[in-house]
Design a protein around this ligand. Structure first.
Ligand code: SF4
Length: 87
């Protein structure tokens, strides 16, 4: 029997599941990066737990987007659609 991969890689839910480090079984860890100690030479990066998302279902699952998904996760997904037909 041949099993075909039915995963729709173009769906935002699939992208969150496969690429977001905060996604755990459909729920969000809520960890996000923040700039700290910004000055002329640059800035340090720290992290916080965002209570708006932590421990709750991933908002992408409901058709919404969080800032981490739109600003970090989506921009970091490699363009490999020409290789495997993914979007
Ligand atoms: S809400 Fe955002 S940060 Fe949390 S799991 Fe979903 S995509 Fe990732």
């Amino acid at each position: 029997m041949i099993r075909l991969n039915q995963t729709d890689y173009s769906k935002p839910q699939t992208k969150a599941k496969l690429h977001c480090a905060n996604w755990v079984n459909g729920n969000c860890l809520g960890i996000c990066f923040v700039k700290t100690n910004e000055d002329l030479e640059g800035y340090d990066v720290g992290h916080i737990i965002d209570k708006k998302y932590a421990g709750k279902p991933c908002v992408v699952e409901t058709g919404d987007e969080c800032p981490y998904f739109s600003e970090i996760v989506k921009k970091g997904i490699p363009e490999i659609k020409s290789i495997r037909g993914r979007k």
